[in-house]
Every structure is written in structure tokens, then in C-alpha cells.
Design a protein around this ligand. Structure first.
Ligand code: FE
Length: 210
């Protein structure tokens, strides 16, 4: 068996959100799909240990915010590399309330669901949700999981100095430094002392050369 074949399945990148005691919380998920059109039903896979998992179980509701290719990558750090148990993840993140659910503004749109069933796997619950509302924000391109890995995480952002240098200057020997928290890779002659990971927000201490 070649388990890497599963990487040929395409995914998006989403913020799944709900409430905890009146406070918005959420996490990143890539396992999100529409199961049926009529009635319109979505399925999402959420890890049992995730704080959002408990919140969805309790409220029976969740929102799917669909991230765009040009969404701020720090959203992935905020919702993917911190726990809602410790951090108020929506604090400082532009969001709106639609149908009584929190939705991230910086994305392609949202889908709101009421949980109608749950299936269990050893690590994740698959929540089935009937769509109660959905809307798009303009005409943005949805971020795929592959795009995140190949472009956002694997390369310097377009505005980073290294990116410009790569294009304009003759190739100098580039070194690669990887964020130990989220896997973001920085390429350059050396790691800037004041680097802040654009995805998860940690400093130079959390980078190692690869
Ligand atoms: Fe990072």
C-alpha cells in the first residue's frame, strides 16, 4: 500500500468556529466536504482533543469560514497552532456574527450548519451539518491545502526581502530555516534576528536551519 496516495486527494483550508460560554472560538480544518445537495449537508472532521470539538458537541452548531489564497497567513497560526483553551482566538481577528455564529471576515465566505449526526473515528469526530445559511465575500480564490504547503508555508511571502532578491539578484547560496512550531520555511543568507513567523508569530528562537 502507498499511503502517500491520499495526498492526491485535494482539500481546502477552513476555520471551523462555534461558541464557548458566549465566547467565539475556532480551529483550522482541512477535512471539510459537501456530502449532499438536497438537503444541503456538510461533513467536517475535528480532532477529539480540539477545544472546538467540545464546543460543537455542546452547541450543536458550527460555522465554516473558507480561507482564501490571499487571506492573512497569521489566521492559520492563530487558529491552527494555538488552543482555544488558553487563547481567545477571535481577539484581534476581524469577524462578524452571522446567524448567531462567528465568521472570519478575511476569507471567501462562510457556511453555517446545524449538527444532524456524528460519526466516530479513533481520533476524529465527523460532524454532519445541515446548512442553515451560506454567503460568499466577493470573488476570492479559495485556498487549497496544497497551495498552503507549496506557496504559503514553503516560500517567503511575496513582500519579503528574500523574495525580491531571488528574482532580481544573481543566486547567492540560500540557506533554509524552518519554524519548529508551524513548519514555515524562510530562505535567505541568514536568519534575521527580528524575524516573526508570518504564520504562527514566533520569533527567531523557534527557527532551526534545515
Ligand atoms: Fe511558525
Amino acid at each position: 500500500m502507498n499511503i502517500l496516495t491520499t495526498q492526491k486527494v485535494s482539500y481546502g483550508l477552513y476555520v471551523i468556529s462555534s461558541w464557548h460560554d458566549g465566547k467565539a472560538t475556532g480551529c483550522i480544518a482541512n477535512a471539510v466536504m459537501q456530502v449532499t445537495a438536497e438537503p444541503a449537508i456538510m461533513a467536517i472532521g475535528i480532532h477529539h482533543d480540539n477545544f472546538t470539538h467540545a464546543c460543537i458537541k455542546k452547541t450543536g452548531k458550527f460555522a465554516i469560514s473558507i480561507l482564501a489564497e490571499d487571506s492573512d497567513p497569521s489566521l492559520i497560526g492563530t487558529f491552527g497552532f494555538k488552543s482555544g483553551r488558553d487563547a481567545d482566538k477571535f481577539d484581534g481577528v476581524g469577524h462578524s456574527i452571522f446567524g448567531n455564529l462567528p465568521v472570519v471576515n478575511d476569507g471567501c465566505g462562510y457556511i453555517l450548519c446545524d449538527v444532524i449526526d456524528v460519526a466516530e473515528t479513533p481520533t476524529h469526530s465527523v460532524f454532519f451539518g445541515k446548512i442553515t445559511d451560506a454567503e460568499t465575500f466577493g470573488d476570492r480564490k479559495p485556498m487549497t491545502y496544497a497551495y498552503y504547503h507549496e506557496v504559503i508555508k514553503g516560500k517567503s511571502p511575496e513582500k519579503a526581502p528574500t523574495h525580491i532578491a531571488e528574482a532580481a539578484a544573481p543566486q547567492k547560496k540560500a540557506r533554509k530555516f524552518r519554524c519548529k512550531v508551524c513548519g514555515y520555511e524562510y530562505e535567505g543568507e541568514s536568519l534575521p534576528d527580528d524575524i516573526v513567523c508570518p504564520i504562527c508569530g514566533v520569533g527567531a528562537d523557534e527557527f532551526e536551519e534545515v
